[in-house]
Design a protein. Structure first.
Length: 150
């Protein structure tokens, strides 16, 4: 989880939104990704989506089903669907939807990854709020030139 937070800070230092993601298999980090929405000028370059896109190109599906993804902040619906599509069923995230909404989006509505997996009738092991206080600190690095996160 702390590696995902480090990636979130790294993304923010590069002018992106502070989000990071890590793919783990058997306690070994396989791949990492960070948000690149601003630097890539692409709203889809969320950390989780970038990570899933890369692993789908490089790893066999059987391996993905055995992996866990660690996200610095609760995944958005776009990323949740990509995680589901990749057949990753173990998801751990730091900052919860409630905290993100309170601190960043000023209470904007959200759809949780738990709801996405339930709608898709897919059981998953999802754990949120892991080391959340540490994860919130990454928001201190939020790029000043953007007013609303994606």
């Amino acid at each position: 989880m702390r590696r995902a937070f480090d990636l979130a800070v790294s993304a923010a230092v590069k002018g992106n939104h502070p989000f990071g993601a890590v793919l783990v298999n058997n306690d070994e980090v396989i791949l990492t990704a960070e948000n690149a929405v601003n630097s890539a000028n692409d709203q889809t370059r969320h950390a989780e989506l970038s990570l899933v896109a890369e692993v789908r190109r490089t790893l066999p599906p059987k391996i993905l089903a055995e992996c866990a993804i660690y996200a610095s902040t609760a995944p958005c619906p776009m990323c949740a669907y990509a995680i589901w599509e990749a057949d990753i069923k173990r998801i751990v995230y730091g900052v919860t939807y409630e905290t993100f909404a309170r601190l960043v989006t000023r209470g904007a509505p959200y759809i949780t990854i738990e709801e996405v997996f339930k709608l898709l009738k897919t059981p998953a092991e999802i754990t949120g709020g892991v080391l959340e206080e540490e994860g919130v600190r990454a928001y201190n690095h939020w790029p000043k030139r953007t007013s609303f996160p994606s």
